[in-house]
Write a protein that binds this ligand. Structure first.
Ligand code: PNW
Length: 487
C-alpha cells in the first residue's frame, strides 16, 4: 500500500515535470523535515478497514412497507413536540428503495466496509413469534449488493428501533421478556445472514437508548423512570446483549464474530502524566459500570452497587455469566472527550466539566477533542485486554450549506476528521489493535430528536429530491482511504 502510493506519486511527478529524482524533494510540498513523505509517516496498516455507518430508522424510510411493524421511534416521532419540527423517519433517506445508489456512493469513496443496522420490527413485526419474510429479504438484497461491489457488510442488530409491541406488552427494556425476544431475533438474523456477514454488533449505545429514552425522556419511548426501575432496565438491556451473543454463536455459521458498538465514556487525562493517566483508566471502569464494564468483566463494580444501594439492579449469578459472554471484538463510538483528573477522593478521580468557552461542533454536546480517539482504543485494550477493536462511529454535525452549483464546503468537518483520525493513527502506531474505522455518517439522515436539522453526513441529502451531493469531507475521506493515511 505504502510503496504503491509512493511509486505512483513518483511516476506521476516525474512524468509531468520530466525531472530527476534528486530535485523531487524541493518540489513536493508534502515532505517532512527529514525528507519522510508525510503519507508514509501517517500510514495505517495494510488491510485497515475504512468504512461508513448508518442505522435503519435514520436512513431507510419505507416505515409502513412490506409488512414492517411499528417501532417505538415511529410512535415517538409522531407525538407532536418530541422531534424538531415534528419530523419523522417515515421517509428519511429512502434507502430502502435507493440502497443500490447508496452502495455506489460507498464504492466511489473506496470504502472497504459498511455498517448498517437491521430494523427489528421489519423482521419480527411484533417483536417475537411470526417472522416477516419480506423484511429479512431486504437485508439479504442489501448484503448481496454490498458484496457484489466489494464492500464488507458489518451488521448492527439493535440501533434503538424497538418493536412497539414489546413496549406495549412488557414495558420494553423494563422486562426480561424483551431480553429473551432480542436473543431470538438476533439468532434468527444470524441464521439468515451469517453466510455473508462475518461481524455482528448486538447493540448500539446502551446509554443513548436507555438513559435518554427511559431516564431523560428525550428519546423513545420518552419515559422518566425513577432510579431503581432505570437500573433494572439497564440490566435487562445488557442481559439482552449477552443472550444475543449466545444466540448468534449458536445459530450463526462457524467463524461468525460477535461484538457491540458502545459509546462508553472514555476518560481523557487532563494532562498526560502518570497520576492523571491512572485516574482516567479508573474513571473509565467506574463510569461505564452499568454497561461496558459489566459486559467485559461479568461483574458490576462495587462502586456502582454501593452507590446505588437499594436502587441497584436485581440479578442472578447466571445473568452475570450471560452478560459477560466473551466477545470477539469491541466496537466503540467516539465523539467527545470526557476529561479526568487525579483526585484524593476514595474514587481516585474527578470528572472535569468543560468551561462554556470549550469549542463544539453544530450539536451543542459535541465538544471537540481528537485525543478521545487515542484514549478510547487504548483503554479498551489496556483495561479489558480487547484484541480486536473497531471505531464503530466517529464524525460530526456541521451547519452545511449547499451552494447553487452543488458544493458543500464543510471545512469544519474536514478539520474535525483530520484531527481525530490523526489521533487514531497514534493509537494504531503504538500497537493498540484497532482494525477499522466507520465514519458517522455516510449521508445526512434523521438525527433522532434533532430531526433533519443536524447533518452528520459526508454526502449532503436534499430531502425534497433525495439527491445526494458529496461534500468536501467526502473528497477528503476518499483520499484518506486511497492513501490509507491521514492527510
Ligand atoms: C450516536 N450524546 O448517538 C448514534 O449512534 C447515532 O445514531 C447518532 O446519529 C450519532 O451518534 C450522532 O448523534 C449519540 O448526547 C447521541 O452525547 C447522543 C449523544 C452521543 C451519541
Amino acid at each position: 500500500m505504502q510503496k504503491n502510493f509512493s511509486r505512483r506519486t513518483f511516476g506521476k511527478t516525474v512524468g509531468a515535470a520530466a525531472i530527476g529524482a534528486s530535485s523531487l524533494s524541493s518540489l513536493a510540498p508534502n515532505l517532512g523535515a527529514q525528507g519522510t513523505p508525510r503519507e508514509n509517516y501517517y500510514q495505517f496498516p495494510n488491510g485497515f478497514l475504512w468504512g461508513c455507518a448508518t442505522a435503519a430508522y435514520q436512513v431507510e424510510g419505507a416505515a409502513q412497507e412490506d409488512g414492517r411493524g411499528p417501532s417505538i421511534w415511529d410512535t415517538f416521532s409522531h407525538i407532536p413536540g418530541k422531534v424538531y419540527n415534528n419530523q419523522t423517519g417515515d421517509v428519511a433517506d429512502d434507502q430502502y428503495h435507493r440502497y443500490k445508489e447508496d452502495v455506489q456512493l460507498l464504492k466511489s469513496l473506496g470504502a472497504k466496509t459498511y455498517r448498517f443496522s437491521v430494523s427489528w420490527p421489519r423482521v419480527f413485526p411484533t417483536g417475537a413469534g411470526q417472522t416477516n419474510e419480506k423484511g429479512i429479504a431486504y437485508y439479504e438484497r442489501l448484503v448481496d449488493e454490498l458484496l457484489a461491489n466489494g464492500i464488507e457488510p458489518f451488521c448492527t442488530l439493535f440501533h434503538w428501533d424497538l418493536p412497539q409491541a414489546l413496549q406495549d406488552k412488557f414495558g420494553g427494556w423494563e422486562s426480561r421478556e424483551t431480553s429473551k425476544a432480542f436473543g431470538d431475533y438476533a439468532g434468527y438474523v444470524a441464521s439468515k445472514l451469517s453466510d455473508r456477514v462475518q461481524h455482528f454488533f448486538t447493540m448500539n449505545e446502551f446509554s443513548s437508548f436507555i438513559d435518554l429514552g427511559y431516564r431523560d425522556g428525550r428519546f423513545a419511548p420518552g419515559l422518566k423512570l425513577p432510579p431503581a426501575r432505570l437500573n433494572q432496565a439497564r440490566h435487562y438491556a445488557v442481559l439482552a446483549h449477552g443472550l444475543a451473543v449466545q444466540a448468534i454463536r449458536d445459530k450463526g455459521k462457524t467463524g461468525t464474530k460477535v461484538g457491540l458498538a458502545e459509546n462508553f465514556l472514555s476518560g481523557v487525562p487532563v494532562i498526560e502524566s502518570e497520576p492523571h493517566v491512572k485516574a482516567a483508566a479508573q474513571a473509565t471502569r467506574v463510569l461505564n459500570a452499568q454497561y461496558l464494564t459489566v459486559i467485559m468483566e461479568g461483574k458490576y463494580v462495587n462502586e456502582y452497587i454501593q452507590q446505588e444501594g437499594a436502587n441497584a439492579p436485581k440479578f442472578t449469578p447466571e445473568d452475570l455469566k450471560i452478560i459477560g459472554s466473551p466477545l470477539d471484538f469491541v466496537g466503540i463510538n467516539i465523539y467527545t472527550p470526557v476529561y479526568i483528573r487525579a483526585d484524593d477522593s476514595s474514587m481516585g478521580f474527578a470528572v472535569v466539566k468543560n468551561p462554556s468557552s470549550y469549542p463544539h461542533m453544530a450539536s451543542p454536546w459535541l465538544d471537540i477533542g481528537p485525543e478521545a480517539l487515542y484514549w478510547g482504543p487504548r483503554h479498551v485494550a489496556q483495561i479489558w485486554n480487547a484484541k480486536e477493536i473497531y471505531i464503530t462511529e466517529n464524525g460530526c454535525s456541521s451547519a452545511d450549506v449547499l451552494t447553487p452549483d452543488g458544493h458543500v464546503y464543510d471545512t469544519d468537518r474536514v478539520m474535525y476528521l483530520r484531527n481525530y483520525i490523526g489521533k487514531l493513527h497514534r493509537a494504531v502506531s503504538e500497537g493498540f489493535p484497532v482494525r477499522g474505522y466507520f465514519l458517522w455518517s455516510l449521508m445526512d439522515n434523521f438525527e433522532w430528536a434533532d430531526g433533519y436539522n443536524l447533518r452528520f453526513g459526508i454526502y449532503y441529502v436534499d430531502y425534497q429530491t433525495q439527491k445526494r451531493y458529496p461534500k468536501l469531507s467526502a473528497q477528503f475521506y476518499r483520499e484518506v482511504i486511497e492513501r490509507n493515511a491521514v492527510l
